[in-house]
Design a protein around this ligand. Structure first.
Ligand SMILES: Cc1cc2nc3c(=O)[nH]c(=O)nc-3n(C[C@H](O)[C@H](O)[C@H](O)COP(=O)(O)OP(=O)(O)OC[C@H]3O[C@@H](n4cnc5c(N)ncnc54)[C@H](O)[C@@H]3O)c2cc1C
Length: 263
């Protein structure tokens, strides 16, 4: 690990000031500290966000849940209102990593990091969530810019994310057995306006699948999902699975997701 200094702001205003001055935000450290230990990341100054009350908590606002950036995965997994109204999101959080990762990992850290195999980006995109930052509100469509890349400017912090509540939804993940990240994960959501399908793990970043969305918007059944041919052209191929294998997983997980959402 390279040497660094640590700030512990207690207000969002102080954290925002420190981030604008060049401090790297530290959430649960589940990615950042590991990268620092491996000397893959060398922030001269960290701003630990864990003491900032404004960044935590879950509240219902109309037909959406607004979740603070520092909310831990376990808190989403165990939240009674989310479990009742948006169980797919609680289920997603409950299947991230292991118990220790869920106890420390945060919504904001996961979404800011935008790992191409992370689970939350699929929920953010499929639910048409809005990312609240210290500068603005960013629609999910414009937030994810490919592998580990987002629309956040230097020094801009995620403060919360608001998730619209769909009629029904499900997240299906085929775990990479060593890391427990998604080899492929599919989030399916049905709204009055149609269905949305977001895929993680299969390509260089999370993406929506228009063919699947069109099919299950017309007919929300596993059979309709199965009728869509998944093009493997731009999908990842690696030691864990070929592009064709991932394409098949997208189809199968969407069918299972629709079946689960209907149950
Ligand atoms: C063993 C293991 C298994 C895992 N399995 C899964 C899995 O199955 N599915 C999954 O989705 N994830 C998984 N993860 C990732 C985990 O869910 C964490 O959310 C993720 O690592 C980010 O960690 P963190 O929230 O502690 O953020 P940190 O590591 O503290 O920060 C990550 C990055 O985000 C930036 N950042 C943090 N907060 C903010 C903010 N509010 N605004 C702007 N930038 C910010 C930091 O500067 C840093 O660049 C796993 C991690 C581990 C270690």
């Amino acid at each position: 690990m390279y040497p660094f200094t640590l700030e512990r702001p207690s207000t969002l205003a102080d954290a925002a000031k420190q981030a604008l001055a060049g401090a790297t935000p530290l959430a649960g450290g589940q990615t950042l500290l590991a990268a620092m230990k491996l000397r893959l990341s060398n922030p001269g100054q960290l701003a630990d966000l864990s003491g900032i009350k404004e960044l935590t908590g879950i509240r219902r606002e109309g037909n959406a849940f607004v979740i603070g950036a520092m909310t831990r995965h376990l808190d989403v997994a165990n939240h009674a209102e989310i479990k009742a109204a948006l169980p797919a999101l609680a289920d997603l959080a409950n299947n991230i990593g292991d118990r220790q990762v869920r106890a420390m990992g945060t919504l904001g850290g996961s979404v800011a990091n935008n790992d191409p195999s992370a689970c939350y980006p699929a929920a953010v995109l499929a639910l048409g969530a809005t990312i609240h930052t210290t500068k603005r509100k960013i629609a999910a469509e414009y937030f994810f810019l490919g592998m580990f890349s987002t629309a956040l400017d230097a020094g801009e912090l995620i403060t919360a994310i608001s998730f619209p509540i769909p009629k029904r939804a499900a997240y299906m993940k085929f775990k990479q057995p060593a890391s427990r990240f998604a080899l492929v994960g599919v989030f399916v959501a049905q709204f009055d306006t149609g269905a949305r399908v977001a895929v993680t793990g299969a390509a260089s970043g999370v993406f929506r699948h228009k063919g699947l969305e069109d099919a299950i918007s017309k007919n929300f059944t596993p059979q309709a999902a199965a009728s869509v041919k998944i093009d493997a052209t731009d999908l990842n191929s690696d030691i864990h699975g070929s592009a064709a294998y991932r394409a098949n997983l997208i189809s199968v997980l969407t069918q299972r997701g629709v079946a689960k959402a209907m149950a």
